[in-house]
Ligand binder design. Structure first.
Ligand code: CA
Length: 234
């Protein structure tokens, strides 16, 4: 099996912001919400990346070295009129906001802002018809929403930690397949993780406990010295 990186399943967000504290705050926050985030700190790099078309949503500061946020928005909209763009502005004045929205921005945030509000707007802009279905994985009675970060079994919600969620989404991308410990370690924890660790076994046990339903077989099978397999039937 080709090794599948979880990053490819996530929605990709580009953040163009020269104030590093804000870029880090936004970047780390969105990563913890399950997005794959790329941060750049000047307008020239930001424009070049935006024009690759590799992102599901852009967050762009207005005042940047190199190219301004409005210039990036302008060149991006000539190529792509659909992908959501949220502008960040330090200035609360109305002309800037109007120009931003006239220029094709989907939304704007005035600094300082609470991360929760930005995250809510990001989710709202990505929750478009058609995009939603691509973010839902279903195996038997299990349903996992990559965007909302929710999991349910037979309609009952299950609370998972971030790592448990990533492990389950990896298993759900490969239902019925035997996945080795190394594949799970590479896919969920990353290549630089200590290969001697038993972290996979520990997290499989956590998941089993949380997914368990009275009287039903375990959804995750252990194949001794081979790996693990998620049953396709619930
Ligand atoms: Ca700035």
């Amino acid at each position: 099996m080709a090794s599948l990186r979880l990053a490819s399943l996530r929605m990709r967000v580009l953040v163009v912001e020269d104030e590093r504290a804000i870029a880090d705050f936004v970047g780390r926050g969105l990563e913890s919400e399950g997005f794959a985030v790329t941060c750049v700190h000047d307008g020239t790099d930001g424009e070049a990346l935006a024009l690759t078309g590799r992102f599901d949503l852009l967050i762009i500061d207005l005042m940047l070295p190199g190219r301004t946020g409005m210039e990036i928005l302008d060149s991006f909209r000539k190529m792509d009129s659909v992908t959501p763009v949220i502008l960040l502005t330090a200035k609360a004045d109305i002309p800037d906001r109007v120009a931003g929205l006239d220029g094709g921005a989907s939304d704007y945030m005035t600094k300082p802002f609470a991360f929760e509000e930005l995250a809510a707007r990001v989710r709202a802009h990505l929750r478009q018809p058609g995009q939603e279905t691509a973010t839902i994985l279903k195996v038997g009675g299990l349903e996992l929403n990559l965007l909302r970060r929710t999991v349910s079994r037979d309609g009952d919600p299950i609370n998972l930690s971030a790592r448990e969620f990533e492990l389950l989404s990896f298993l759900m991308r490969h239902p019925g397949q035997v996945l080795s410990r190394e594949q799970l370690l590479n896919g969920v924890w990353g290549y630089d993780y200590d290969p001697g660790t038993n972290v996979v076994g520990v997290y499989i046990a956590y998941l089993r406990r949380k997914l368990a339903v009275e009287g039903a077989d375990d959804l995750i099978e252990t194949l001794r010295s081979v790996g693990y397999r998620l049953r396709e039937e619930a």
